[in-house]
Design a protein around this ligand. Structure first.
Ligand code: C2E
Ligand code: MG
Ligand code: MG
Ligand code: MG
Length: 278
């Protein structure tokens, strides 16, 4: 516990505003360059049906392959991209790339899967989001039912009517919508029952079975999803014990290191070979 003068405390530990701006500016400059020079890549993490154990979906996760720093995780640069508005450009690129890649896999004869793309709040609130999504689907030739947009609960707090209208428009296009990191945000149950959402993604903090309360929370989320006619997927599944519990509770799908880390497209094709063909 730090006692005494709070202001002194902050002086010591908080980097000055100018320093933070400087860092942000240099990351921003580098990130703009990364977008222009194709340093961004997408890795895909498989999602398995818990019953058939087949891959039914993939989540597209962006990576920054920096020429000197190597692979940089989105946790580090997405926040900067969000602050600077670059997120819209990056997010659109990810969506287009993921749709084209998914279509390409279908054309190669692999069994069709859904590709999940993360939407940032800024992207979601763009007025022309729906037409952008339509355009990307048109250009890629991917059927809308093979695209899932992941939104987070925090996007749902403000402007409820706008959110419901946008989600309805997306669903009318045939696109799937899921709520990512479910349980960590602020969305109320009233909103949840009004949102035309197809799937809840249980945040991985609840999948850790070592906290006894987590099991009760996971059970409740699964039960609630099914009551609301939604599917439910568990994120961050790392152990067989977790898998057994989720199976026993009738969770629909799993995503996590137990099965696979996010992988570059070539490596995924090896996994697809094991998926049964139609
Ligand atoms: P997310 O959407 O919740 O993605 C799941 C994250 O959990 C990924 O981290 C994934 O690698 C990690 N993960 C999956 N299974 C396990 C597991 O078993 N154990 C552990 N410890 N972690 C697991 P990643 O790829 O670092 O992405 C972090 C976050 O960055 C994402 O969380 C998402 O919020 C954001 N992000 C990634 N790509 C994009 C993007 O294209 N656009 C936007 N707006 N955000 C993105
Ligand atoms: Mg996600
Ligand atoms: Mg998540
Ligand atoms: Mg997350």
């Amino acid at each position: 516990h730090v006692k005494g003068n709070n202001r002194d405390h902050y002086k010591c530990y908080e980097p000055s505003i100018s320093k933070r701006l400087e860092t942000q500016l240099s990351v921003e400059t580098a990130l703009r360059k990364a977008v222009k020079e194709n340093q961004l890549e997408i890795h895909y993490q498989p999602q398995k049906c818990i019953v058939s154990e087949e891959v039914v979906g993939l989540e597209a996760l962006v990576r920054w392959n920096h020429p000197e720093q190597g692979m940089i995780s989105p946790g580090l640069f997405i926040p900067v991209a969000e602050k600077t508005g670059l997120i819209c450009e990056i997010g659109e690129w990810v969506m287009r790339e993921a749709c084209m890649q998914n279509k390409k896999w279908q054309e190669l004869g692999f069994k069709p899967v859904v590709v999940g793309v993360n939407l940032s709040a800024t992207q979601f609130h763009q007025k022309d989001l729906v037409s952008k999504v339509k355009k990307i689907l048109d250009e890629s030739g991917l059927e809308p039912k093979y695209l899932e947009l992941e939104i987070t609960e925090s996007m749902a707090v403000s402007n409820e009517e706008y959110i419901i209208r946008t989600l309805k428009e997306l669903r009318e296009e045939g696109v799937l919508v899921s709520i990512d990191d479910f349980g960590t945000g602020y969305s109320s149950l009233k909103y949840l029952s009004r949102f035309p959402v197809s799937k809840l993604k249980i945040d991985r903090i609840f999948i850790d079975e070592n906290r006894k309360q987590n099991k009760a929370i996971v059970k409740s989320i699964i039960h609630m999803s099914h009551s609301l006619d939604m599917k439910v997927i568990a994120e961050g599944v790392e152990t067989n014990e977790q898998l057994d519990f989720l199976r026993q509770e009738r969770c629909d799908e799993i995503q996590g290191f137990l099965y696979s880390k996010p992988l570059p497209p070539v490596e995924l094709e090896e996994i697809f070979q094991q998926n049964t063909y139609h």
